[in-house]
Ligand binder design. Sequence first.
Ligand code: V47
Ligand code: SF4
Length: 389
Amino acid sequence: MIPAVSDPFSIVANTADIQLKQIGEKILRKERISFEDGVTLFEKGSLSWLGALANWVREQKHGDKTYFNRNFHIEPTNVCVFSCKFCSYSRLYANREEGWELSIDQMMHIVKSYDGKPVTEVHIVGGVHPKMNMAFFIELLQAIKAHRPDLHIKAFTPVELDYMFKKAKVSVEEGMRLAHEAGLDSLPGGGAEIFHPDIRKQICDDKVDAEGWLHIHKAAHALGMLSNATMLYGHIEAFKHRIDHMDRLRQLQDETGGFNTFIPLKFRNKDNDMSYVTESTVIEDMKMYAVARLYLDNFPHIKAYWPMLGRKNAQLSLSFGVNDIDGTIDDSTKIYAMAGSEEQTPTMSTADLVTLIRQVKRQPVERGTLYNEIKDYSDTALEADPSLN
Ligand code: V47
Ligand code: SF4
């Protein structure tokens, strides 16, 4: 474990590189850094230098608090009409051996299996099945809310929403309103990949573009819904594409204030059309988190998604700007296991998550989806709380 450097001022002062020194000083003065500054951070910033600054920003915003939530995932289908080159998950036809397609009853069976358990959120994301349409998902949202009104539904990426709105011939605004009325509470961050068209056309040419993705999140924010944003990094993109991506998010956040969390997603290369691409190293991963924390000054939270990063690296990320490590998940989240993550059975009990956070001397706080604090686990004796397992 690399200890967090508590004195970024000395680190900044000791930097020989004049450009880095100026950027570091801006950050310590809490001034916004520019596009060029962001690229320079990637190009020149050392791991320890970036980590010290990002940890300083993280501690200014959240102290040692490290959030997690208790959620479960439902993946309605892995059948998908799109053909993203990085995807290890989609299967074109449901009748192929590995394809699945859940009915409303089957999904409600999953929801009901959590009755009496202290989960606060269901996360629903899957492929884009040609048969599934808006009416189907409206019915699903209504059924979940009728059964468990207090369960927060975070569901559907703009990829799924764009497809269903077009099929139903409704505008984005109208479609979002209908979904919200039916029970959709917030949007997850998926489908963003890399916004820049030069990269997007090479890795996911046929699905919603950057403008479409941002439009849907903007419409959600206008209805008072909050959302997350992701970025798939570590493949064929250059640093300027990563900054371009974060810059578009930063601009929309200035307008709406509707984003909660940014989640950098490390590209995994197993069994997909980009298997020839070498995966990023842990050093690059930590730099990615740190630069995200420094660039996205208006995003409250930076999340490490542990099923994709692995538990040890998720712990490490807490010293590089990350203040959230998602949730217990408690379900067979298949997308990362299929793409090559070492986390083949991505479930962690709440006690495991609390221990993981405490081991690196941070403060575990259970949150709701919208970052309402549910319980601080700093001093809870784990064996004394039966709901933890
Ligand atoms: O958009 C697909 C990614 C995303 C691969 O909002 C891959 O709380 C790496 O968005 N290697 C979906 N990543 C998952 C997602 C998410 C996950 C957890 C929490 C939240 C949240 C959102 O998975 C896709 C895509 O970027 N993905 N294939 C791959 N080979
Ligand atoms: Fe379909 Fe999503 Fe996979 Fe792309 S990443 S092929 S949209 S399931």
